[in-house]
Design a protein. Structure first.
Length: 149
């Protein structure tokens, strides 16, 4: 983790707390269910922020957009990669405009089209291996201190 990203995390944490997020022990302050059973609640040192996902996303977005060297382009999807002599040199957007770059980072999630885009500019097909993690989804019910007091 870089100093800049650590600073960003602390700035985001402070902001979420200022606007009402709750910080607390994720094990003791929550009720966790795994495979139908409730886990024992014991004090731990796992301190977490309790905040809704939409609110967290808004705060992160506001923080990023406040940075001088960050710019957001809305309502435009990346359609393909720009290429020069086998190297990626930028992106082409759905509206036809292009952005040239020294480095392109694909953060488009699990539906990423990078394999197809790279293939389209002459790179060999990326061989993907699916690793089954056997992880389960868990839900936690939480009472806020204000609600229980
Ligand atoms: C129903 C559901 C519940 C989940 N619950 C949890 C949870 O409780 N806790 C947890 O930790 N994780 C959860 N996850 C997983 C979590 O959402 C993902 O791991 C996480 O969002 C991945 O982040 P990401 O930034 O890689 O991709 P994403 O969040 O998918 O972001 C990708 C972004 O790229 C954009 N994009 C895609 N293609 C293009 C394109 N061609 N041009 C421009 N933009 C593009 C998309 O619009 C999107 O905004 C859940 C996932 C699902 C589906």
């Amino acid at each position: 983790m870089t100093v800049a990203s650590a600073r960003a995390i602390f700035a985001i944490r402070s902001r979420t707390l200022r606007i009402g997020a709750l910080e607390g022990d994720i094990i003791y302050g929550s009720r966790w269910f795994f495979e139908g059973s409730c886990l024992a609640r014991r004090p731990s040192d796992l301190i977490c922020l309790r905040i809704s996902r939409p609110l967290l996303e808004v705060i992160i977005r506001q923080h990023l957009l406040s940075l001088a060297n960050v710019r957001a382009l809305e309502d435009c999807a990346v359609e393909s990669l720009l290429e020069n002599s086998g190297s990626v040199t930028g992106i082409r957007l759905g509206n036809g405009s292009v952005i040239e770059a020294d480095l392109v980072v694909d953060a488009s999630g699990r539906g990423s089209q990078s394999p197809q885009w790279l293939e389209a500019i002459g790179h060999p097909r990326i061989v993907m291996r699916v690793i089954k993690g056997n992880l389960l989804s868990a839900k936690a019910a939480q009472n806020s201190p204000t609600a229980s007091s």
